[in-house]
Design a protein around this ligand. Structure first.
Ligand code: AMP
Length: 283
């Protein structure tokens, strides 16, 4: 595996690959602290492309709280070992001062898609995400880029940015990897105690509950389903602080009054022991 630490070197490689019609570059952007969810993205990238680049950059622009950025888990050596073991060919770990040099001013906003829901709880989050993703696309020039369904709004926002700005990259969504318990894998899970992890199960339980109510009891009215999600999360224990539960269109992220099978996203967020967790499901 080749480790690339400078934008200049990565840009050069990107140009080289672009000029070779036999090279299909699949890129997996991450913030490191890799787990099996990232592994699933990498495996999928290897199926779709013949050259895989994993990027590792904890993007300060997408954090709205200094303490959250500070406490974000960082395991750079383990991450490289994981990628080596998975036969990733290129690993891009740019320094922050190169990504955001003095005088950096330009950012990307996907209007209301980026300011609603998660964007309301974390102002500026998707502006940070889109800006870094666009920079990575410009530097690497991948043919394909993979993102997880877990961060469902992120996937929608990035797909919209790619469409609006005519970016020559195919965005592929990858299903969420979970623990046996149902808990969605997340880099932040290492910050949880065993008890907090147990209480964090309320998020996936809330999603499962809606699937049950829709599929087994034919309930499609969002009001009733949202109430079920809210109570599953709020009653989970003293470590859980409910943030939101939403039932929205997969395309527009507009709230749906009724579940539309094949076009519905369930989104939940909570703080568990002060750690912010999100989960989502398609229906
Ligand atoms: P992160 O390092 O948390 O920014 O995540 C990098 C990519 O991995 C994003 O596209 C996430 O949506 C995706 N991802 C994170 N957790 C999971 C998971 N449990 N299953 C699948 N993909 C995930």
């Amino acid at each position: 595996m080749e480790i690339v630490n400078s934008i200049e070197d990565m840009t050069e490689l990107g140009r080289l690959w672009k000029s070779d019609p036999n090279t299909t570059v699949a890129c997996v952007p991450t913030m490191g602290a890799l787990h099996k969810g990232h592994g699933r993205l990498i495996s999928q990238a290897q199926e779709l492309g013949n050259l895989v680049v994993v990027t590792n950059f904890v993007n300060p622009l997408q954090f709205d709280r200094e303490d959250d950025l500070k406490s974000y888990p960082r395991t750079p050596e383990e991450d490289k070992a994981v990628c080596r073991k998975m036969n990733v060919q290129y690993y891009f770990e740019p320094p922050a001062e190169e990504m955001f040099p003095h005088g950096f001013l330009t950012t990307v906003n996907v209007a209301h898609l980026g300011t609603r829901i998660e964007g309301e709880s974390r102002p500026g989050h998707f502006r940070g995400v889109c800006s870094i993703v666009l920079k990575l696309f410009n530097i690497i020039q991948p043919d394909i880029a993979l993102f997880g369904y877990k961060d469902a709004q992120q996937l929608v926002v990035i797909q919209h940015m790619v469409r609006d700005l005519n970016l020559p990259v195919q965005v592929v969504g990858v299903p969420t990897e979970r623990e046996k318990s149902g808990l969605a894998l997340s880099s932040r899970n290492v910050l949880l105690t065993d008890e907090q992890k147990k209480q964090a199960l309320c998020l996936s339980r809330a999603l499962k509950r809606v699937h049950f109510l829709v599929k087994k009891q034919n309930i499609t009215h969002s009001g009733e389903l949202l109430q079920a999600m809210r109570s599953a999360i709020s009653s989970a224990g003293d470590e859980v602080e409910f943030d939101y539960a939403r039932i929205v269109s997969r395309v527009s992220l507009e709230d749906l009054s009724y579940v539309e099978r094949g076009n519905t996203l369930l989104l939940v967020a909570a703080r568990v022991g002060g750690v912010r967790l999100i989960d989502s499901s398609r229906l």
